[in-house]
Design a binder for this molecule. Structure first.
Ligand code: AKG
Ligand code: FE2
Length: 238
């Protein structure tokens, strides 16, 4: 696969285009601070231990041991943050969330081009992948999450506390870290609505409906839209 993307750019601002969902400040300053503290005292394993066959060959990173109390505490923090985040809930429509992989990339480490397994862990269908950035982009060089798309490659290297959600159907990689360290928490979500295009439609209708709700004069239109949103979601959810 071509390692030199065309049309690539680094996204470090709030972008919401419904397919690639950037959630700014998913974690507060205090939460990131607490997580970093736990992160430092945790025990790390070779990331290849959790990679399936083909991915094993391209993966080079360290992962917080999932049996440790640090992992349990970090995961609890992150799940609470996701649970209260309305952007995540409405755009991703989560049904199940795979346990988090909390990783550390040192200089020379990377995760080559791969596709995520379609089913993981406790038979969770992977619809949406999620990377939460735990340190700032200035703290390291390289380490961008790069996604292949029909319109060229997209690179994400977001501020600490921010998250990016993307469809698991995309081929992607983590570029080599050349200075400093990259710390992230990664997971995969089974959505109530499997198809990205259906989820995108629902989220757009939802947003328009919510905007209308704030305008008191359009009560009937609001109700009709809300009805169709609800019935489409009921139709597509499984
Ligand atoms: O670290 C990331 O941003 C993504 C890692 C990844 O692609 C994976 O664990 O499958
Ligand atoms: Fe991946």
């Amino acid at each position: 696969m071509d390692s030199q993307p065309t049309n690539a750019h680094v996204n470090n601002i709030c972008i919401l285009n419904n397919t690639y969902l950037h959630i700014p400040d998913l974690l507060s300053e205090t939460e990131v601070h607490d997580i970093r503290f736990l992160f430092k005292s945790g025990a790390f394993d070779d990331g290849r231990l959790t990679a399936y066959s083909a991915a094993k060959e391209v993966k080079s990173n360290l992962q917080l041991n999932p049996q440790t109390q640090e992992h349990v505490a970090i995961q609890q923090n992150i799940l609470a943050a996701l649970n209260r985040n309305t952007l995540f809930r409405n755009a991703v429509l989560p049904h199940s969330i795979h346990p988090f992989v909390i990783s550390n990339y040192k200089p020379g480490m990377h995760y080559g081009w791969h596709v995520d397994s379609p089913v993981m862990g406790n038979m969770i269908r992977t619809d949406v992948a999620l990377t939460i950035f735990l340190n700032d982009p200035e703290e390291y060089d390289g380490g961008e999450l790069e996604l292949q798309t029909a319109n060229g490659n997209i690179l994400y290297k977001l501020n600490k506390g921010d998250a990016i959600c993307y469809p698991c159907t995309q081929v992607h990689r983590v570029r080599e870290v050349t200075r400093g360290e990259r710390n992230v928490a990664v997971s995969w979500v089974q959505s109530l609505v499997k198809e990205t295009v259906y989820r995108k439609m629902l989220f757009e209708i939802f947003q328009v409906t919510e905007n209308l709700r704030s305008k008191a004069l359009v009560e009937e239109e609001y109700l009709v839209l809300q009805q169709h949103y609800s019935n489409l979601l009921r139709m597509w959810a499984n």
